[in-house]
Each structure stands twice: as structure tokens, then as C-alpha cells.
Write a protein that binds this ligand. Structure first.
Ligand SMILES: [Zn+2]
Length: 408
């Protein structure tokens, strides 16, 4: 049953720096693309949805996933709910982890490094949420989350590497024009994210050597299903149309550069690089092997503490808006004044009004009784403009578990 943390292979720093060097040479010989330094945001590699602080206000800490100790559980009962899920539902998976191209190795963040970056504080917060939601151990939750994120971001690397191969032989830029085009399209046209999430969920399927607990797989499936735009497309088994649209986006830079037949050749060549097989990448040069993509933890700290701010629902929001307005809660006169009877007949205890933030236990207890998962809670929060429109809810949902269930 042995497997590495998050199914992440051993790092290969020599290969990683060779790839960055090769990319620099290939890009410098391309026709028609802009000099990267001429792009206005050249100091910072461009990635929508990542939301990272300014390096000036804090110290950037980057650690090899290989050698760094694994983050440990923070599941004390009075720990504040951090709400990472809420931002993923609004912005997508890149809020938790991002891929930085070998082409951008000299840019911030993580100057002189490229690869996959897990944003440590947010991953811990999400694994904690998963732990409270599923009842599975924090360690198993973090491991499965890492496998999911690693595979998602590895897909971004895999396509980047395929583009580099095309550029090395074709002499025309593919990747940068494609990324610029997608960054200017609405989020439901980010087809690459749908395919990346499809593979990320696939990485959680049981295999002959190991399997993840089912509640963890269900949690991550639900997270994808409630993600924004094309990210949610990852739950579909059919990614063929997405691949076609992504191939069109990647070949758009060629515009009217040649005859129609030539366009078809470009698209089909691009499409060859859109599968992901960790066992055997038949079309990728061994120089660009998937195992050569480095994986790091990243955080931004000041005085030893992360400066990344939680995305919290406050106690007063839960008491006054979520329970009373959205769940049509009424005070339960047969017991303590802090108990409310909600629309599905469940009795919920109002969170402690003397604390500014909710605890994890309070949050999961209340949404479980309301019949909602964390992603569903945040999706509804946005849809109702923070419990103001279309309230109380309809239809009413039954509770997710009995009195002493997972969140109990
Ligand atoms: Zn992504």
C-alpha cells in the first residue's frame, strides 16, 4: 500500500534547470512573439485567480515538498473556520495551488524557480475543512488534496511542455499567445481548467495499489462541481469538446498565417499534447518528462506567521443572515434561547456571539444540519448576495447526517 505523499515523484533539480535553459533558447529563436520583458506585467508571472500578496510586505518562503516536513493538523475545536473553500468556489483551484511556467523562471513569485506551488496556508485550511466535513483524518485529507492539486497543475505543465516541443521544431510561438488569449476570455472559456480538473479527479480513483477513502473523493468531486466557469466542467467524463476548443484557442495565434489545411494540421498537432498519462507519456520527449516538474510549498510570512488572510463568514452573518433569513430559523422556546429551529425541523445552536469568527466545529455542525456541504454553502452565499436575495431557500434540504454524524 506504499505510495508517496500526493503521488508526487522525487524531485530532479538538474533536469528542471535544464528545461528552463532550453526554454530560454527556444523562445529567443522564435519569430513574432514579444520579448517577455516588453510585456507590462513582466516582473510578475501572470496567473488569474492566484491572489498572492505583494512580496514587499512579507517574506516569501518556498520549500521542496520532497524534503519539507508535512504540515500537521490544526483540528482543535476552537480553531477558526478559514473558509478557503469559499474562494475556490469563486476563483477556481488556482487559489490553492498554481503552475508557474519554466518560461517565467526569472519572474516573481519564487524567482529562479518554476513548477507547481502549493499555497501552504490555504491547503491546510482546505484539508481541515475536509477533515471536519468527512470525518477522515487530516493527514489523509491533505494527502488526497495534494494528489488532486498535483495532477491538476501537472496537466498545465504537460501542455506547456508540449507547446515547447512544437516551438522547438516549428519556429513559431504557441504557448504565450495562447495564455494571453485565454487570460482575456471569460472564466467559462478556460477549457484547460476543465480538463485539468477531470484528470485531478481521475487521480483519486482506486487502483490495485491504493485507494483514498470514499468520503474524501466525494468531497473533492463536490468541490469541482461547485467551482466557477470551466473549472466545474471537470466532473464531466466527456472532455472531447473541451479539447477541441482548447486546441482552437492555442492555434488562434496562427490566425490567417496559412491555408486552411495548414490550420487543421496545427490544431491536430496541438491536440496530441492534451492527454495526461503519468505512467507513460508517449508524445513527450524524455527531456521534458512529467517527473521533471518540481513541486513546492509556498507561503508569505511576517513575524513567523502567514500573511494570507482567511476568507471568513462572521458569527453575525451566520446568526442574523444565514440562520434567520436563509434557513427561516425561529427561536426554539422549549429550550435555551440560543437554539433555533430551521426550515427542515433541525435544531441548531447559534455560534458564540462573543467570538468574531466561527469555529470549524460550529460551521460544520450548522451547515450539516442545513443539509449543505462547504462548497454548496459558499456557492449559495454568492448566489443569494450573502443571504439577501431569494430567501428563505427553496427547496428545503434534509440534514446531511444524524445528530452525532461526522461533524457532530
Ligand atoms: Zn488550473
Amino acid at each position: 500500500m506504499y505510495k508517496s505523499f500526493g503521488q508526487i515523484p522525487r524531485s530532479n533539480p538538474g533536469a528542471a534547470s535544464n528545461i528552463a535553459d532550453a526554454a530560454r533558447h527556444v523562445e529567443s529563436s522564435l519569430d513574432g512573439d514579444l520579448d517577455p520583458d516588453a510585456i507590462p506585467d513582466a516582473q510578475r508571472f501572470p496567473r488569474p485567480g492566484v491572489e498572492i500578496p505583494n512580496a514587499d510586505d512579507s517574506q516569501e518562503v518556498v520549500e521542496d515538498v520532497d524534503s519539507a516536513p508535512l504540515p500537521v493538523s490544526q483540528e482543535q475545536d476552537d480553531e477558526s473556520h478559514e473558509g478557503s473553500v469559499g474562494r475556490v468556489v469563486e476563483e477556481g483551484i488556482e487559489y490553492l495551488a498554481f503552475y508557474k511556467s519554466f518560461r517565467d523562471v526569472q519572474r516573481a513569485p519564487a524567482r529562479n524557480r518554476w513548477g507547481i506551488f502549493f499555497i501552504k496556508k490555504r491547503c491546510i485550511a482546505l484539508a481541515t475543512d475536509m477533515n471536519f466535513s468527512t470525518g477522515e483524518s487530516f493527514a489523509d485529507c491533505l494527502d488526497a488534496l495534494a494528489a488532486f492539486l498535483y495532477t491538476h497543475e501537472l496537466y498545465h505543465y504537460r501542455f506547456d511542455a508540449h507547446c515547447l516541443q512544437m516551438e522547438a521544431t516549428g519556429g513559431l510561438p504557441v504557448y504565450r499567445p495562447y495564455r494571453r488569449l485565454v487570460a482575456n476570455r471569460p472564466i467559462y472559456e478556460w477549457h484547460e481548467e476543465s480538463i485539468a480538473n477531470f484528470y485531478a479527479l481521475k487521480a483519486l480513483l482506486p487502483n490495485p495499489r491504493f485507494s483514498y477513502p470514499q468520503p474524501i473523493c466525494d468531497y473533492l468531486w463536490d468541490l469541482v462541481a461547485n467551482s466557477p466557469g470551466a473549472y466545474a466542467g471537470g466532473i464531466s467524463k466527456q472532455q472531447g469538446a473541451r479539447r477541441d476548443q482548447m486546441a482552437q484557442q492555442a492555434s488562434a495565434a496562427f490566425g490567417n498565417a496559412g491555408p486552411t489545411a495548414w490550420q487543421g494540421l496545427i490544431e491536430s498537432t496541438i491536440r496530441i499534447g492534451m492527454g495526461l498519462s503519468k505512467q507513460r507519456e508517449a508524445t513527450l520527449s524524455s527531456f521534458l518528462h512529467l517527473n521533471n516538474c518540481p513541486v513546492y510549498w509556498i507561503d508569505w510570512v511576517k513575524g513567523g506567521k502567514s500573511v494570507l488572510v482567511p476568507f471568513v463568514a462572521s458569527v453575525s452573518e451566520i446568526n442574523n443572515d444565514f440562520i434567520k433569513r436563509y434557513l427561516a430559523g425561529v427561536q426554539d422556546h422549549h429550550s435555551d434561547h440560543s437554539f433555533y429551529r430551521i426550515d427542515n425541523g433541525e435544531k441548531v445552536k447559534l455560534p458564540n456571539p462573543h467570538r468574531p469568527d466561527l469555529t470549524n466545529r460550529e460551521f460544520h455542525n450548522i451547515i450539516g444540519k442545513a443539509g449543505m456541504t462547504s462548497p454548496q454553502f459558499y456557492k449559495e452565499r454568492t448566489r443569494t448576495s450573502v443571504w439577501r436575495k431569494e430567501v428563505p431557500r427553496s427547496p428545503v434540504l434534509p440534514p446531511r447526517f444524524g445528530q452525532n454524524g461526522a461533524a457532530g
